[in-house]
Design a protein around this ligand. Sequence first.
Ligand code: NAD
Ligand code: UGA
Length: 462
Amino acid sequence: MTDTGKYTMNLICIGAGYVGGPTMAMIAAKCPQYKVTVVDINAERIAAWNSEKLPIYEPGLYDVVKIARGRNLFFSTAIADAINEADVIFVSVNTPTKTFGEGAGRAADLQYWEKTARDIIKASTSDKIIVEKSTLPVRTAHAMERILNANDKGIHFEVLSNPEFLAEGTAIEDLKAPDRVLIGSQLTESGLAARNKLVEIYANWVSRDRILTSNVWSAELSKLVANAFLAQRISSINSISMLCECTEASVSEVAKAIGMDNRIGSRFLNASVGFGGSCFKKDILNLVYICESYGLTEVASYWENVVLMNEYQKKRFVKNMIRVMFNTIAGKRIALFGFAFKADTGDTRESPAIDIAKQLVDEHAKVVITDPEAIDNAAKDLQGCLNFVTFDTDPYSAAKGAHAIAIMTEWKCYKDLDYERIYKTMEKPAFIFDGRNILDHKKLYETGFNVYPLGKECWKHF
Ligand code: NAD
Ligand code: UGA
């Protein structure tokens, strides 16, 4: 028993971001017997976790937080105290792509991760289980164990890999009923004991047949590979969207036809302006870097093409806009509907809308951005080009006087707008570029729009 006997175990998480916050809130909500503390160096973020306006937008998150906060879920900046008290330490700090030195632009920047290891050594006075929640290069646990167990206090640290597979926008459902929970450990006595302890934590609400155990390297690598495979499907269908446009095939029909084959499956086959999010690109580039470092040049270039195809899809989207809008968009108002990297999140990290907006600004278009949740982040992302960019929370006024609308995010609210009303207020000819294929293209055409979907025939009046 820890903490005056009130709780049976003390779990902490270092890193109160998109993963640390929701994951630990779910554990706390499902397991009132554990004390769960989420710590971060960012005091503002911690204050927001303790408030009614959480630092991230995620459907259903607040309800889960409310169940446990103050009961057995705590958010704090007292990192050393939390480490000292902990039995199990989840680490979910950011692991972005390195921007400097060896491996810049590809390798994972492990400085935040290593800093936590040093904090853990400094503050610990007893043995602990360390759980890698962050996405890390395969064999990081090896380095981690070396750093941690080089301590001169005689403390033993057992490092487990427990990568997180939640997707933003559906994080709560994903955490409540995960496809699988993956736990990798060393196959030593202490490794297996630690692994069992973590299995027992998840078994409070996840059925045991969905809790998968493996060696620690397989767990680390599986996370990178899962993201690479998911992104690869999107790049594959996006590549086919280009061929569809040349051949009068429809990418939605092709996706449906191939997706009904059980061996292929129907998910992650929506053609789009490009995948975004903080992880796909970074994790694939990391995979590429690792392959290169083992001399696997062909494997590296195979996976790198998934990212290159994604970059190409974003470029081609804008090129097409310029071409159909009479080869110039200078001075034209263009409304971007959506800025988040996907619907149901305010997160804009690596959002395709960032690149699209910047390319439009390079062409001297007047860009107006609307989004239900991501306007604040959009303003930060586009700081360098604010002379050409404005923001408007109302899509109707964003479109007023615009020459074109481009759908960037598949927010449901954009499907339900009154496009007849919008059409009346726009410059003519009015264009819609549907970067997510979510609108009723025929109906828009009948309203008067010239409509350019992805990977299917366009509907134009001239
Ligand atoms: P994030 O940037 O939202 O959160 C990371 C947090 O760690 C930040 O609040 C930062 O202040 C904190 N931090 C950094 N160094 C610290 C330190 N030394 N001590 C205490 N706090 C520290 O990142 P995220 O999106 O939650 O991602 C975290 C990890 O999880 C990454 O490795 C990512 O690849 C992985 N992941 C993310 C998602 C996702 O949907 N965002 C899903 C699965 C896995
Ligand atoms: C993704 C994975 O789905 C998670 O399993 C993983 O845990 C997470 O990355 C991570 O490691 O960070 P996430 O990036 O939150 O989750 O969102 P996704 O639903 O995967 O979407 C990623 C991007 O692909 C979005 O821009 C989305 O719009 C795009 N996408 C998705 C498509 O363009 N087409 C599709 O068919 C599906």
